[in-house]
Design a protein around this ligand. Structure first.
Ligand SMILES: NC(=O)c1ccc[n+]([C@@H]2O[C@H](COP(=O)([O-])OP(=O)(O)OC[C@H]3O[C@@H](n4cnc5c(N)ncnc54)[C@H](O)[C@@H]3O)[C@@H](O)[C@H]2O)c1
Length: 270
């Protein structure tokens, strides 16, 4: 085979929310497959140690661009800047997102008085942000008659969070994982199907990659309870996510569109 199926040489990839926990995993997978990577994140967002380490290894094939995915003008400016430096995007990873990490115990809400602003913000970033970046970067792929767009979903796009994972946390009220997160991620899966059908005839594929919980310093009780619910018996690690992303980004998946690829160790099979 002259052109290996998983090779991304010469392709420009865009990753939103790139400087957090999972962003560097996607960026590294794309770089290792041969792509150049435009790393978009909020102006002033402090990069994770993983992103800083990757940036120092990657050299000119990884560059950071300021972009707030909730602001159309900010996305347009970032896309114009990255096209000038790297050329037209062939891959877009809609990764920017906000979740609700377990808190320190104060300022919690019961479901009946959950502040609507928290709900609105998750929808604003996770759903509307994904839509707007797809509009702007995706249209350029349509104009070029090729591209692969990957929305980052979540296992909570398919199932409700198990609140018992958090019942060991002390606090003024029980920690309640927000209904907004899963709702916004379910919407992102549907959005991928919408664009897959709209842009299929233009040669642009659109899929969702839905990770399960990724190991990142969670407390031991959480890890034990969570892992007991996973058929493969553990949380995800960086290496578990890279292959599925490169599969969706590359010519290994030329007949795959509108699909949700769950990378959750079987969590949603139970
Ligand atoms: N970590 C997990 O276990 C896990 C599991 C399933 C899905 N996910 C999803 O993966 C994606 C990345 O998660 P993460 O764990 O790396 O989170 P993270 O908080 O470490 O990173 C998210 C990044 O998005 C950026 N961001 C937030 N709002 C933005 C905006 N308006 N414009 C541009 N960038 C913005 C943040 O600055 C941050 O760098 C999210 O969509 C998340 O929902 C994560």
């Amino acid at each position: 085979m002259s052109q290996p199926l998983f090779q991304l040489d010469g392709r420009t990839a865009v990753v939103t929310g790139a400087t957090g926990k999972l962003g560097p995993i996607w960026a590294e997978a794309l770089l290792d497959a041969g792509a150049t990577v435009a790393a978009l994140d909020l102006p002033g967002a402090a990069p994770s140690p993983a992103f800083t380490a990757l940036a120092s290894r990657a050299g000119d094939r990884l560059r950071r661009f300021d972009c707030d995915v909730t602001q159309r003008a900010s996305i347009e400016a970032a896309v114009e800047a990255l096209v000038r430096q790297f050329g037209e995007p062939a891959i877009l990873v809609n990764n920017a997102g906000v979740d609700q990490p377990p808190d320190s115990g104060g300022n919690r809400s019961r479901i009946d008085d959950l502040p609507i602003e928290q709900f609105r913000r998750m929808v604003e970033v996770n759903l509307l942000g994904t839509f707007q970046v797809t509009q702007i970067a995706g249209q350029r792929m349509v104009d070029a008659s090729r591209g692969s767009i990957i929305n980052i979903g979540s296992l909570y796009a398919s199932v409700s969070p198990d609140q018992r994972f958090y019942d060991h946390l002390a606090g003024d009220l029980p920690f309640l994982k927000s209904p907004a997160y899963g709702a916004s991620k379910a919407a992102v899966v549907n959005l991928a199907k919408y664009f897959a059908t709209l842009w299929g005839p233009s040669g642009v594929r659109v899929n969702t990659l839905s990770p399960g919980g990724v190991l990142a310093g969670q407390d031991e009780s959480f890890k034990t309870k969570y892992s007991a619910r996973v058929p493969l018996g553990r949380m995800a690690q960086a290496a578990d996510l890279k292959g599925p992303l490169v599969f969706l980004a590359s010519d290994a998946s030329t007949y795959v569109t509108g699909h949700e690829l769950r990378v959750d160790g079987g969590f949603t099979a139970w």
